[in-house]
Design a protein around this ligand. Structure first.
Ligand SMILES: [Fe+2]
Ligand SMILES: [Fe+2]
Length: 275
């Protein structure tokens, strides 16, 4: 079984590169399941119901988020649509599971691929250098104990590399993959841990790299140089898609390979023509 996990999709440039490249990637690489972090889909800040469904149309099966999940308030009503309807597409948009009890939305999704393989996606958020929320380690233990699928992918939306690798080790042998998001910078540490859990500290952003983590660099420079309030505008240049491709055994859920991917449209055309 092959899964692709796409890192934080940032604004229109991020959505468009997904639209341009994902169908060919799925075909060329025989991908069974597509998961993406969409917390920055709406011009860098949050996600709306319409944008979530646009991403589903591009071939994404499950969307995870993070600290930006509430930036667009329409998402709250969307989450409530799934409260009584497990088949609502809204049920396939997650917010971190370890937010306080009673928060709208869900942090876990269990489904089946088109070929019938059961899988679960768990979204968690870190606590180091981030807002307060419940312990992601204990939450992960509890959620995994209640998950029936063998194939389990965890999006750990966190700032600190130490907290991320620590969760990777904590879950090694119990989940298929622990993949980091949030920093928008891909890390070159992808590996399969000894227990069979694929791991990467941060998958990286899918969006404009001629920027400071997606935002126009002039805005961020102004902020650092003056420390005054600045309006953040999304950037547009040097758009890339960052993802991890994980191969696993659907019977055991253990991974045997993880590949780090960073593609722009030119590289992609080259790759597809050689496969
Ligand atoms: Fe992000
Ligand atoms: Fe984030």
């Amino acid at each position: 079984m092959r899964i692709i996990f796409i890192g934080d999709i940032f604004g229109k440039p991020g959505r468009h590169i997904v639209r341009e490249l994902l169908p060919d990637l799925v075909r060329a690489r025989s991908i069974d399941l597509v998961i993406a972090n969409g917390e920055n889909s709406a011009a860098g800040f949050g996600i709306t119901p319409a944008l979530a469904e646009e991403l589903f149309d591009y071939g994404i099966d499950v969307i995870t988020t993070g600290n930006h999940v509430w930036d667009k308030r329409e998402i709250i009503e969307y989450f409530h649509m799934a409260d009584d309807n497990p088949y609502s597409p809204a049920r396939r948009v997650l917010r971190p599971a370890n937010y306080p009890d009673g928060t709208p939305g869900w942090g876990v999704y269990e489904g089946r691929t088109r070929s019938g393989i059961p899988y679960a996606v768990i979204n968690l958020q870190g606590r180091v250098f981030m807002g307060t929320n419940e312990d992601p380690f204990r939450y992960a233990d509890d959620l995994i104990s209640r998950t029936t699928s063998k194939v389990i992918l965890v999006d750990f939306h966190a700032e600190a590399t130490s907290e991320k690798i620590a969760l990777g080790w904590h879950l090694d042998g119990r989940v298929t993959a622990v993949l980091g998001t949030h920093t928008h910078i891909p890390t070159a540490d992808e590996r399969v841990l000894p227990g069979g859990t694929a791991y990467q500290t941060d998958v990286g952003m899918t969006g404009p790299y001629d920027s400071v983590i997606g935002v126009a660099k002039e805005c961020i420079l102004q902020k650092f140089l003056t420390n005054m309030p600045v309006r953040f505008e999304p950037a547009s240049g040097d758009v890339r898609l960052c993802a991890a491709i994980i191969d696993c055994d659907p019977e055991t859920g253990r991974a045997h390979q993880i590949e780090r991917l960073m593609v722009d449209e030119r590289v992609m055309q080259h790759e597809v023509s050689h496969k």
